[in-house]
Design a protein around this ligand. Sequence first.
Ligand SMILES: NC(=O)c1ccc[n+]([C@@H]2O[C@H](COP(=O)([O-])OP(=O)(O)OC[C@H]3O[C@@H](n4cnc5c(N)ncnc54)[C@H](OP(=O)(O)O)[C@@H]3O)[C@@H](O)[C@H]2O)c1
Length: 278
Amino acid sequence: MARELRDMVVVITGASAGIGMELARQLSAAGAKLALAARREDRLRDLNRELGGVHLAVRCDVANPADCDNLINQTIAKFGRLDTLVCNAGYGTYKRVDETDAAEVRKMLDVDVVGTTECIRLAIPHMQRQDLSSGWRGQIMIVASAASRRGTPFIGIYSGAKAAQLAIAEALRVELSDVRIAVTSIHPTPTKTEFRQVAERLGKYRLPPSSGFIKTQTAQEVVAAMVRAIRRPRPEVWPWPAAGWLLSVGTLCPRWMDRLMYRYYDAVLRHNGLGERQ
Ligand SMILES: NC(=O)c1ccc[n+]([C@@H]2O[C@H](COP(=O)([O-])OP(=O)(O)OC[C@H]3O[C@@H](n4cnc5c(N)ncnc54)[C@H](OP(=O)(O)O)[C@@H]3O)[C@@H](O)[C@H]2O)c1
């Protein structure tokens, strides 16, 4: 039986832009009650106003455990339950691995990995106490990436963070199966959001407009697949399914996958006026 979106309580981290903002729009239109979280509170307030002012907007830096605690507590205080937690907040930087120092690595892991696990840790006790609804007490959705399945040049550290999110989702899904909390990981290919601007600003390289053999998607396409998986929880969602197949085959054929990646690496070097590999 599909879960009912009307009156479903959903926490969305990273709701001030991109995929999180589009998810808020689509879920709000379906009648869900939302807790919108991010650092840019002004954007959250504007979004809440656009959506009728019925939601909760909470300033939250997911790298700060006290902010995560406050987010979950405020959600329970306002709505009395938490049906779906969407761990979406995250960022990457366009840099080589050997150009990324320890502070930058720690900062990214703090947001993309620890921010995810902390929100999950705080949400689970509330979900566990809830009655079953359409077969589930709750759902944890982690917005990972297609890069979870294959480290990609110029986003090597980010790929590592996203691989960690996938591994955590896989383990957690089994750990929470007996309490009927669903765990779903989402694996978008490059998506038209503010991600690229942030990654270029914090990084050293600019990426070509197209990522070659991998399709670029819109936030609307990614979110439509997420909403389907909120209604009917499933383990993994690949909004462009071909990426899931290609990268899974790639894990069995690493040399072949490397060849595709060399082509991509050279294309990025050329785009940045840096010639090609020797
Ligand atoms: N776009 C892509 O190509 C792509 C592909 C695969 C996966 N993803 C993943 O999709 C998710 C959403 O990214 P997006 O594409 O929508 O990028 P985006 O447009 O840049 O949005 C990122 C969101 O994360 C929030 N955020 C960043 N750091 C945060 C922090 N420390 N605490 C709380 N919120 C934080 C930002 O809000 P504030 O700055 O206001 O805090 C913003 O709302 C990310 O996890 C990303 O890794 C994106």
